[in-house]
Design a protein around this ligand. Structure first.
Ligand code: ZN
Length: 171
């Protein structure tokens, strides 16, 4: 796993248990895979002049704990003990501010594109590992915790496949 530390994190509230995994999808520019724009965004180094879309997001201070590239390669930006800034205004089962108690995992992807086998495999291994470190109880898409505002990871993400892999420990 590659480590590329993001400055965009802070302390979790005292005593909070990290019980939720939030699955996201991102591609920069949207719908284009490859390149280093996601890494640049999460490390505050995105050049607003490099693409028209970047101008609207380069000022954002955001991060996730992990990114799964299209080939399954993992990048870690924030230690899970720290609060990454991935969920924004959000609520899970009546509890708001999901960043407080979640791990954020970005998959390089887009709403209208299927994800790669290598991404499911890498995500499964990562979740298996996280479950040994953290009292995880649920996994949700960004669209579930921020409905109406977010659509990722989108309709092409195969939840059943992921959950079957986890249930069978075929990892
Ligand atoms: Zn998201």
């Amino acid at each position: 796993m590659r480590e590329l530390w993001s400055p965009n994190h802070d302390e979790r509230p005292p005593g909070v248990e990290v019980s939720l995994v939030v699955v996201h999808a991102i591609s920069l520019p949207p719908g284009q895979f490859g390149g280093d724009a996601i890494e640049r965004l999460f490390t505050n180094r995105l050049d607003p002049a490099a693409h028209p879309y970047f101008e609207s997001i380069a000022h954002l201070r955001v991060s996730s704990h992990f990114l799964v590239r299209r080939d399954g390669a993992l990048v870690r930006f924030v230690p899970v003990e720290r609060r990454a800034w991935h969920a924004g205004a959000s609520s899970w089962r009546g509890r708001s501010r999901c960043n407080d108690f979640s791990v954020g995992i970005e998959l390089e992807g887009a709403d209208d594109a299927p994800f790669e086998d290598a991404q499911y495999a890498a995500l499964g291994v990562l979740l298996f590992d996280l479950r040994r470190q953290l009292p995880l109880r649920a996994i949700a898409g960004h669209s579930e915790i921020a409905p109406g505002r977010k659509t990722d990871p989108g309709p092409r993400f195969d939840w059943q496949r992921l959950l079957l892999d986890l249930a069978s420990n075929r990892l």
